[in-house]
Design a protein around this ligand. Sequence first.
Ligand code: FMN
Length: 246
Amino acid sequence: MDRRGEGIGDRYHQETKYRREAMPRGGLDWAHQPPPYKEFPFALKHFSIRPAEQKGGQSLWETIAQRRSIREFSNQSITYSELSQLIWATQGITLRAWGYEFRASPSAGALYPIETYLVVNRVDEIPPGLYHYSVKEAQLILLKEGRLGSEICQAGLGQEMLEEASCVFVWTAIVERSKWKYRERAYRYIYMDVGHIGQTLYLAATALNLGCCTVGAFFDGEVDRAIGVDGKNEISVYLGAVGRPR
Ligand SMILES: Cc1cc2nc3c(=O)[nH]c(=O)nc-3n(C[C@H](O)[C@H](O)[C@H](O)COP(=O)(O)O)c2cc1C
């Protein structure tokens, strides 16, 4: 931070403004567009998510009116169908058209830099562990079996809800997917994208009578390590705890 109180965040915002006289030039390098889906060469097990309910349910207006951050959870599991519904609502593919696979949550340029990992503490039918959600296959990929609740709680500044939750969504961004088009401005869009996903998780959880709280306060490096990303090319950006309200 300099003497005027201007720090890296201030400079980032100023230097990534679009200005009429200095718009980025040049077309997109289609030959080098990063792949839109992350794939794992190994999987201990995989679980297809259940088909999502797309009709009926609680009204949107009631859901918006009821939504609150809930930080206290009972030790009752959520069901696999409920988890499937939350995953679909946040990241499911809802339209295939014009060579794109559009998802339930919007994304700048339809580039979808956000990846979803899940720390499962207590969900019926699937073992506790670390999962990655394969959007393309609509499957949860078990990466590591075991209880990671305490590790993610410590990484999340000791916020106990992260250990008490039935599961914790951990959203990362593969920065190059967005940088390929937006260069340094990409970070703005990454945070906007994940904000949309977070709100969708809140609303979907509320409509299912589940509790949810998103979390931006965490030791980045510790969350990166817990889920196995390098913190540079793929960065942890946001968490969302879900469970049955106490
Ligand atoms: C970007 C962001 C980060 C947040 N991080 C945390 C957090 O680390 N811990 C927490 O308890 N709540 C966190 N929250 C939840 C806010 O505290 C909560 O949304 C706010 O108090 C308003 O309450 P409401 O969500 O019930 O309307 C976060 C919310 C947002 C949008």
